[in-house]
Design a protein around this ligand. Structure first.
Ligand SMILES: [Fe+2]
Ligand SMILES: [Fe+2]
Length: 183
């Protein structure tokens, strides 16, 4: 398998979750009520899966290795855009969490919540399309087969650590203190 295989597979799951979030935004508009549990679920998905696990592999492994290659100007420009887009997604999720927290405290932040959800629902498919259609296949050519195999192994190792990192954070947030991760 090529290293872009798992990334593209992850895109399909991200698209599905964002489609659900789009339907939820509609529901909020119609009922004028927010289900904070859904927002928590969507935020956890985006932060842990789409950002830490998926963007993590893109930024910490793929883009890191690309930085050592002599890329053509178009591909360098796209890497810069993708990194900025990841930052934008993080900032939008942060705004969504803040709006949801204020909603729970009784503040009228419904339109803000809908706006953040809608931004994310519109953002991710565009971002994913750019990677899938204009970036992943051409940049593979910068890597030898051995380099691609090594990258795939590193992706798997990165994923293996994620479940432990995620639940270490859960325990820390619950007040359980800091625990060292498994090797
Ligand atoms: Fe990305
Ligand atoms: Fe991606």
């Amino acid at each position: 398998m090529k290293p872009i295989g798992p990334l593209m597979w992850e895109h399909r799951l991200i698209e599905k979750m964002l489609a659900v979030a789009g339907r939820e935004a509609e529901k909020i508009r119609e009922s004028w009520k927010v289900n904070p549990v859904f927002i928590d679920t969507a935020v956890d998905f985006i932060r842990t899966y789409a950002d830490r696990t998926h963007h993590g592999k893109e930024e910490d492994i793929l883009f890191r290795d690309l930085a050592n290659k002599k890329m053509n100007p178009e591909h360098s420009r796209i890497v810069g855009e993708l990194v900025e887009e990841h930052k934008y997604a993080r900032a939008t999720v942060k705004r969504l969490v803040e709006a949801k927290n204020r909603y729970i405290m009784g503040e009228e932040t419904l339109s803000e919540i809908v706006a953040c959800l809608t931004e994310l629902v519109e953002f991710y498919p565009r971002h994913i399309e750019k990677e899938d259609k204009r970036f992943f296949f051409p940049i593979l050519a910068y890597f030898t087969t051995a380099e691609q195999d090594a990258m795939l192994r590193e992706f798997h190792e990165f994923d293996r650590r994620m479940i432990h990192e995620k639940y270490r954070k859960v325990v820390e947030a619950a007040g359980g203190g800091t625990v060292a991760g498994p090797p």
